[in-house]
Design a protein around this ligand. Structure first.
Ligand code: WT7
Length: 659
């Protein structure tokens, strides 16, 4: 390993991981790709004009007079323009004679299915929009949506967009408290929910949580309830309304008003690391422009022939942008799946790919690593030859997980697009392009055309090739957040104060010798070991590269000698058994051999599970508490609070006997 120059350790991330594999796009895909290399040239020659060209992919009822009004850090895009997001996602395709195209192949967890065409969707959205009007919900009102993954969730979002109400989707796995604080902050007047949904083979209720949350919140005037599971529900006369009672009797005609380009479309809360969740605000014209463009460009979408599947929940921004607004604005056919990947068996995802002939699949590295752990025999049972592009989102994808995905899911043919973005960016920002880029396992590669990203050091200077630092965005982009709901100061402070005039997403990154970008996780997670800033991602990737390791989480724990020391928690692949006593030593040596002795973990603990948020991100903050023998911090956003306690006990038992 090259020694970091004196004094640099505090300022830049060490660049430890060496990865030389690279995969050119398949020739046929490259020849026919929606986006060719000239897109980058066009965008750098005239960025605003490039985005205007992309905005023209949409249907505007009134053209914009100005592309961008930029009063840092507040941006307005396509001002003066008017459009309706629901019309763009639905009516437009029906009007063009494509009403019979399938919008969603919906698959319920118990195996029930629904096929929804664009014509069906148009009727459903219009009826729901009329129902919202009857319930007194109009332009600018906030509507909370707390739903399972069923078509009505999409319909409710689009009905809001149609009438100009602002939707605020809360993930159905969140607690009463999480729902309640979001209702307070957004001042929603309607909650759309269901009796329940199916998860892990059984009905899981939603309505009781809404009842609890709404009890002391008179601002919520109505609760609109979809019947999904048939579970018994308590009924609050005068407040609760069945979806089938009010929506089904509405007219399927609805004249949609065109809204201002900057009219609020939705609020999506991100928890961040501190107390109060941030209500990230997205508006209409710019957001739709960039999600529509990226969905078409990054996945090389051919709407006539592709079957697209984002295996994520609509309760996350990934679902908003790439289950709802991106695919529908492009007239795509998508799969939507209600349940979990191991119900009723561990091949469920691959069975769905085979059944619907999915051509493009998009999922999180945490899912991919879980599939690695289960073993390649599950996907091997199904015909996955329809797949032509694979996507990854939500976390850095370790090179080994990338290789597994490419090999066992993509049959060694498919390009993988490792898409870096955030709730705040609204749409994909840094990614390979499937028809152009020679993809490198673990690298998000380059900003998309029209996005200006950079990697800078502590003082905001661009770092040279071969060095690490902080990723920043230098110019406003169409789908950027317009602010934090009700808190402009927090918006400025969180994103725009670290580096003068630059948007700081909070992630570490490095620029390799070719100028390509590698995202290295949240800077809060970076470890400072003997004066070297080392990214948790690189150490985790080195561990996952060992044939016995499926998943790894790394954290820095305070250490009297080195400042911080590296502590790792690993999950073994199923064929590795319990690993045996020699394995930990072997893994420590393996990391040292891969990244250099500085990155050798002080301790490694083999665990059955890792603490994750409900969106699948590892909670390193809690692992740090464990590693430093501290009382655990806030565990309320964990999927399974018990697992971390078990892990803590195991850690305390293991002592420091690894030496
Ligand atoms: C954070 C944003 C992107 C929508 C879903 C998550 C991490 C996301 C990648 C990637 C490395 C990634 C970043 C980012 N992240 N994608 N491809 N490579 N890191 O949205 O919950 O707002 O999280 O997820 O740390 O800041 P989110």
């Amino acid at each position: 390993m090259a020694e970091t120059p004196q004094g640099q350790g505090q300022e830049t991330l060490s660049n430890l991981l060496q990865e030389s594999r690279s995969f050119p796009p398949p020739a046929d895909l490259a020849a026919d790709a929606n986006v060719q290399a000239d897109a980058y040239d066009a965008a750098s020659a005239d960025r605003l004009r490039f985005w205007e060209d992309q905005a023209r992919r949409l249907q505007w009822e009134q053209p914009w007079s100005n592309v961008l009004d930029w009063n840092p850090p507040f941006a307005e895009w396509f001002t003066g323009g008017k459009l309706n997001a629901a019309v763009n996602c639905v009516d437009r395709h029906v009007d063009a004679g494509r009403g019979e195209r399938v919008a969603f192949h919906w698959e319920g967890e118990p195996g029930d299915t629904r096929t929804i065409t664009y014509a069906d969707l148009k009727d459903m959205v219009c009826q729901a929009a009329n129902a919202l009007t009857e319930l007194g919900v109009g332009k600018g009102d906030r509507v909370a949506i707390y739903m399972p993954m069923i078509p009505e969730t999409v319909v409710a979002m689009l009905a809001c967009a149609r009438v100009g109400a602002v939707h605020m989707v809360v993930f159905g796995g969140f607690s009463v408290d999480a729902l309640g604080t979001r209702l307070d902050d957004s001042e929603a007047k309607l909650v759309v929910t269901a009796d329940g949904g199916y998860r892990r083979g059984k009905p899981s209720s939603l309505k009781p949580a809404v009842d609890d949350a709404v009890r002391d919140r008179p601002a919520v005037e109505n609760v609109l309830v979809v019947r999904r599971t048939g579970q018994d529900v308590e009924w609050n006369e005068g407040r609760d309304v069945w979806w089938h009672d009010i929506v089904d009797r509405q007219s399927a005609e609805h004249a949609a008003e065109a809204h201002d380009s900057e009219h609020p479309l939705y609020i999506m809360y991100t928890s961040g690391t501190t107390a109060k969740p941030k209500g990230i605000l997205h508006t209409t014209g710019g957001y739709l422009t960039q999600v529509s463009y990226t969905h078409w460009a990054v996945f090389d979408l051919k709407p006539e022939t592709d079957v697209f599947w984002t295996a994520a929940d609509i309760g996350w921004v990934t679902g908003h942008s790439y289950i709802v607004y991106g695919p529908l604005s492009n007239g795509a056919t998508s799969v939507m799946y209600e349940g979990t990947p191991d119900t009723p068996h561990k091949g469920r995802f691959w069975e769905i790919v085979q059944k619907y002939g999915v051509t493009i699949a998009y999922m999180a590295p945490t899912a991919i690593r879980t599939f690695m752990k289960w073993g390649e025999e599950y996907p091997a049972q199904f015909d996955l030859s329809s797949l032509r592009v694979l996507g990854s989102v939500g976390e850095p994808i370790n090179p080994e997980a990338y290789m597994w995905y490419r090999t066992h899911i993509g049959g060694g043919r498919t390009p993988i697009v490792d898409t870096w973005w955030q709730t705040e960016t609204g749409a994909i920002m840094v990614t390979p392009m499937p028809g152009i880029t020679h993809g490198k396992p673990g690298a998000a590669m380059q900003p998309i055309p029209g996005v200006v990203a950079d990697v800078v050091d502590e003082s905001g200077e661009s770092v040279p090739r071969g060095q690490g630092g902080f990723i920043v965005i230098r110019e406003p982009w169409p789908s950027m957040l317009r602010g934090i709901w009700g808190d402009p100061e927090r918006y400025k402070k969180t994103y725009w104060s670290r580096f003068e005039g630059l948007y700081f997403p909070g992630d570490g990154a490095k620029r390799d010798e070719d100028g390509d970008l590698w995202l290295l996780g949240r800077v809060d997670d970076v470890m400072l070991v003997s004066g070297h800033n080392i990214s948790t991602t690189e150490v985790e990737s080195a561990l996952v590269a060992h044939p016995n390791v499926a998943e790894a989480a790394v954290t820095g724990a305070s250490d009297p000698v080195t400042g911080q020391a590296i502590v790792a928690f690993v999950i073994l692949r199923s064929e590795a058994g319990d690993g045996g006593s020699g394995l930990v030593k072997e893994l420590r040596e393996h990391v040292a051999a891969h990244l250099g002795p500085i990155a050798k973990p002080r301790q490694i603990l083999v665990v059955p599970e890792l603490p994750k948020t409900r969106s699948g991100k590892i909670m390193r903050r809690l692992l740090k508490d464990v590693a430093e023998n501290r009382e655990l911090g806030d565990v309320s956003t964990l999927t399974d609070a018990q697992s971390i306690q078990t892990l803590q006990e195991a850690f305390q038992e293991s002592g420091k006997s690894d030496e």
